[in-house]
Design a protein around this ligand. Structure first.
Ligand SMILES: [Zn+2]
Length: 688
């Protein structure tokens, strides 16, 4: 049984964490600013700061000469003021002396050019020198602060990402391949289908990572390279973590992820970390309505909660106002700061943290939103917004460690995305794997039905409904587990372009959807790609068991399928495949498997999943109709139930709670019946 309640991130502080990235080393020459920071942190109701993320040059100004004095002062000041430190390891950016003396630490780009010193996120993750230097400084930090009262957690490096193509990495890649393919080059050649274009390898040393001026056409190589980059980055991270675990075994370790960043498979990182954290920078008030962006952000929050099986995560970074690197850095409108912060909490975060505490005076992030602006005082709109979030979080102690056990899971799988992104055809434009998964998520968000977002290797038992849009790659054993899930009474939904390739990106032979053919009861003979201006329609059969009626548009992709054992629920209306099946259901054991052959990410999914939510009687956060743009999410410890009602439209919205009784956790009032949410308004309720 998975737990319903988890311990706090660090039991020594069983409260919501609120704070930001703090770079006091940028203000070493004006230490009076440090005292002012402490005063302002307390005024802003902040209780935690992420310290030292890019401090290597201040901590080790010369090779082997360590200077911790300034950090000692900061750690002491934090502790004296009741503020905790999430202490970072500094590998996210290196000092100039390190790059000058040891060029091997500098990353080599895909075009095989070695970078110069500069920027960040640019180290070779294989370099023995960089690993040794990182490990040493991490060990020094752990030894120095292991008993410091401010130390709450470790923030390892920063936003791992990117690739290195240096000779050290090439050699490590070949060794990784030898191990994977049992030292058998023929096995690798078969897995990569290298007979194509005469690309057969006859010596391991001929293998090179993908390059713009070299190999790019071997999809098996591309996939294995991405797997290797994930593996090697994790190896680098494990090397960083080792001294921390050894010296401070009770201090939790995290590293900050970047949402659905495609370069690394975060599922492989999760087991190595104590707590998941991520950096969230949505473009509110942009071209799409905020509520449409809101469900896409919610989807990513749910990935982060699912990464450790429901364990609360940390919102490590978010902006208190604008995000300077976006094309248009629009300010958060009144209400949005609290709303977007509580959205993270509603989906399982036990923290609200910012980049950054104080705006830096110079360089590329000098205009990025911060709690303390260049004016230097607390009399700003942003500061008041931040303090308000802090005050709200102080009232949410009972929510710490609680989770949600959804009855629905959507598969969003990194390796599947890599394979889809590499595929040429049926459409090279708008393959839209992520967007499609988020579109299948939307109806649940709109109905307040909690969802886990998992990868295909996760355990499916415990869910009533498993949704796998565009399950293009099916790794070994996955189809068997889906069959078992359905046989035992589960409902499975998949779509066009599923069951196409195996784990090496080799097409399944004998008819698509390959290993999913039995459970779906269909054969996909061809797939038609439509231009953006093309539209077909799908006509629902009378008296279909879902109760759907009329017609829906079919756009972009239309799978031409044969029902084998499946029942046809809808057919195409026009073109040469008029009358052919477009939606089917297959009874399999005690369960059912639906196949949606066409793309319609809008009204069809609303009605289809609306019908499934009713038929399967799926658990909702609150059993009532929600107006467009409003969602309800829940967290529970198994007994107490906390409900978050979030209004993502810039207008007032009403929600009818009927005769259900709640306590407003902010005002303490008892609430029942019809409630009103202001524009971008939030209610945090406990069910009575
Ligand atoms: Zn390298």
């Amino acid at each position: 049984m998975k737990p319903m309640k988890y311990p706090p991130i660090n039991p020594k502080f069983p409260h919501f964490l609120h704070g930001g990235d703090y770079n006091p080393d940028q203000w070493k020459h004006t230490p009076e600013v440090w005292d002012e920071d402490m005063r302002l942190m307390k005024l802003a109701h902040c209780n935690v700061m992420s310290v030292g993320i890019f401090s290597w040059a201040s901590l080790e100004p010369e090779e082997g000469k360590f200077e911790f004095g300034w950090l000692d002062t900061i750690m002491d000041k934090l502790a004296e003021n009741g503020i905790y430190a999430i202490l970072a390891t500094p590998s996210g950016a290196r000092p100039a002396w390190l790059a000058a003396k040891y060029p091997e630490v500098l990353r080599v780009l895909p075009n095989r050019v070695r970078i110069l010193f500069g920027g960040r996120h640019n180290h070779c993750y294989t370099s023995p020198v960089y690993r040794e230097k990182t490990r040493l400084i991490n060990q020094k930090l752990a030894e120095r602060y292991k008993d410091h009262p401010a130390l709450l957690a470790w923030h390892v490096s920063n936003e791992y990402g990117g690739e290195c193509h240096c000779e050290l990495c090439q050699q490590a890649f070949r060794e990784w391949l030898k191990k994977k393919y049992d030292n058998d080059l023929d096995k690798l050649n078969r897995a990569w289908w290298t007979g194509f274009w005469s690309h057969t390898y006859t010596d391991w040393d001929q293998i090179q990572s993908p390059a713009p001026h070299g190999e790019g056409s071997i999809h098996g190589l591309n996939l294995d390279w991405k797997r290797f980059v994930t593996h090697q980055t994790i190896e680098f991270m494990k090397n960083e973590i080792a001294p921390l675990r050894e010296i401070t075994p009770n201090v939790p370790v995290t590293t900050n992820f970047m949402g659905t960043y495609t370069g690394l498979n975060y599922w492989k990182f999760a087991p190595e970390l104590d707590v998941i954290s991520w950096d969230n920078y949505p473009r509110w008030h942009g071209e799409e309505p905020d509520w449409e962006l809101a469900y896409k952000v919610a989807f990513v929050h749910d990935i982060n909660r699912s990464l450790k099986g429901g364990k609360p995560f940390m919102l490590m970074e978010s902006t208190p106002s604008m995000t300077n690197w976006q094309p248009v850095a629009k300010l958060k409108r009144p209400g949005m700061h609290l709303l977007s912060s509580i959205q993270a909490v509603a989906h399982g975060s036990d923290t609200v943290q910012y980049f950054q505490w104080r705006k830096s005076r110079g360089c590329v992030e000098k205009f990025h939103g911060a709690v303390v602006d260049h004016c230097g005082h607390e009399n700003t709109r942003v500061f008041r917004d931040v303090a308000e979030v802090g005050k709200v979080l102080e009232k949410l102690d009972p929510i710490i460690g609680t989770t949600v056990r959804p009855e629905v899971a959507i598969i969003y799988d990194w390796e599947n995305r890599w394979a889809i992104d590499d595929a040429q055809g049926p459409r090279r434009e708008k393959k839209d794997y992520l967007l499609t998964c988020q579109s299948h998520y939307r109806p649940f968000w709109e109905n307040g039905v909690p969802v886990d977002v998992i990868d295909m290797d996760c355990d499916f038992s415990g869910y009533k409904l498993l949704v796998a849009p565009m399950l293009y790659m099916v790794r070994p054993g996955v189809a068997e587990r889906i069959e078992k899930f359905v046989e035992e009474g589960g409902t499975f939904v998949t779509t066009y372009w599923s069951g196409i390739v195996d784990e090496n990106d080799l097409c399944f032979l004998g008819g698509f959807p390959g290993p999913l053919r039995k459970v779906t009861g269909i054969w996909s003979e061809e797939i038609d790609a439509l231009y953006d201006h093309d539209v077909n329609h799908v006509v629902l059969k009378d008296d279909n068991p879902l109760g759907l009626k009329g017609e829906y548009e079919a756009r972009e992709l239309c799978d031409l399928i044969h029902a084998e054992t499946a029942e046809v629920l809808a057919t195409y209306k026009s073109d040469f495949y008029a009358g052919r099946p477009a939606l089917t259901v297959n009874s399999f054991g005690k369960g059912k498997a639906y196949y949606i052959a066409f793309r319609n990410n809008g009204d069809f999914l609303t009605d289809f999943y609306g019908a499934l939510i009713r038929e399967l009687n799926l658990k909702r956060a609150v059993d009532t109709e929600l107006p467009q743009g409003v969602t309800a999410q829940m967290r529970t410890d198994g007994e107490r139930v906390f409900v978050f009602i979030l209004n993502f439209v810039p207008e007032e919205r009403q929600v009818d709670l009927k005769d259900m009784r709640f306590k407003d956790m902010i005002t303490g009032e008892d609430i029942t019946g019809r409630i009103s949410l202001p524009p971008y308004g939030v209610k945090i309720l406990e069910r009575l």
